[in-house]
Design a protein around this ligand. Structure first.
Ligand SMILES: [Zn+2]
Ligand SMILES: [Zn+2]
Ligand SMILES: [Zn+2]
Length: 366
């Protein structure tokens, strides 16, 4: 179907998705609430709490206007529907218009309710009110504490704009599109609940482990929330966060690129053909760690791959002497640490005889 109506609908849906979830292209084009309304939002550095109260309110108003925008766009895109004349439009369009107007009115009512008594009812100020302790009376002192600490340059800050994590001297904050989650460091404990590993591939420039941490507060008025970060940032978070961190799921946290690379290395070796020990030969302990049997053997396999014989790998005649982890660490240690994207395709010398090998030449011993 090639109608302006359908093209407009598809384009509008894509626009809405991008506007709400703001991929980096949209962000660099400046099509974000923060950018479009920067003049009335003020500065995040001057007043973090006030800025986000205004930002979340504007976000609710603008996002709830999107269905109405669709209707108005449709008036122009499909003039034959007479959408501009309310008595002439079909029932389904009338219902859509009614619902869009209701949504818009509801969000205005909501924001007006939030703004009463100097934004006393806004979820962010309610979150701060829950933290107010006896010597103080209003949430103003809490807001001032967050604002001051946010301005310090030694805060920990990470994540995409839709789910930013900020740890200041006494607060753990998570900034999302519609809300800012807050917990006092002195009242919360943090649990590592999940880890997702992204292996090094040709498309991914470096291996990554994404950790999910749950922030629980002993304050019953504060709901728990999840924060996400890259495992390489974990040490920095640890430094800033004084709250205890529990590791419930026994997640192994890989804090360096080399440790992360080990997972990729092991997965790749599993794909290579295994090596069977000659009869009479026994598996010896790994000479690197002396902990586990030496279960790898270097066999030049890669020359069969591709047309060129100039692979540069050499046959290693050493018996199995290294375990997979030690060989993986050796492999990673000989790489350009700044350019992990080259690791999969590079060659390193055998730790014993210096014959060059690539990742395709590493066989598991059975
Ligand atoms: Zn070893
Ligand atoms: Zn060798
Ligand atoms: Zn090779």
């Amino acid at each position: 179907m090639e109608s302006p109506e359908l093209s407009f609908t598809l384009a509008y849906i894509v626009f809405c998705l991008c506007f709400v979830f703001t991929p980096s292209e949209f962000r660099s084009a400046g099509l974000t609430i923060q950018n479009l309304f920067s003049s009335c939002l003020g500065s995040e550095d001057v007043g973090f709490v006030q800025y986000h109260i205004r930002r979340t309110s504007v976000t609710v108003l603008v996002h709830s206007a999107l269905p109405l925008g669709y209707y108005m766009g449709m008036c122009v895109a499909a003039p034959e529907k007479n959408l501009g004349y309310i008595h002439k439009v079909s029932d389904s369009w009338r219902l859509f218009l009614l619902l869009s107007i209701c949504l818009q009115l509801a969000s205005w009512t909501h924001v007006i309710y939030w703004s009463r008594r100097h934004w006393h009812n806004h979820p962010i100020s309610r979150g701060l009110q829950a933290h107010v302790q006896p010597p103080h009376s209003g949430w103003g002192s809490m807001a001032a504490s967050v604002n001051t600490e946010f301005r310090r340059i030694d805060k920990f800050s990470t994540g995409a704009p839709g789910a930013r994590v900020i740890v200041t001297d006494s607060w753990v904050l998570k900034v999302t599109t519609y809300h800012v989650y807050m917990a006092l460091q002195s009242e919360c404990h943090v649990t590592v609940t999940e880890s997702r590993q992204h292996q090094l591939t040709q498309d991914l420039a470096s291996p990554a482990q994404i950790l999910t941490l749950r922030v629980d507060s002993i304050n019953p008025a504060i709901r728990h929330y999840d924060i996400r970060l890259n495992s390489t940032e974990y040490a920095e978070l640890r430094e800033k966060l004084h709250a205890p961190i529990r590791n419930s799921a026994n997640v192994v946290i890989h804090q360096t690129i080399s440790e992360l690379f080990l997972e990729t290395f092991k997965a790749q070796v599993d794909l290579n053909q295994p090596y069977t020990l000659p009869i009479g030969q026994e598996m010896e302990p790994c000479i690197g760690c002396m902990q586990v049997p030496a279960n790898t053997k270097l066999v030049r396999l890669c020359h069969t791959e591709g047309a060129d014989n100039e692979s540069g790998c050499q046959q290693c005649f050493c018996r199995p002497m290294w375990c997979l982890s030690c060989l993986g660490r050796w492999f990673a240690s000989r790489q350009d640490q700044q350019r992990p994207e080259t690791w999969l395709s590079s060659r390193v010398p055998c730790p014993t005889c210096r014959a060059k090998f690539c990742i395709l030449d590493v066989c598991g011993v059975h």
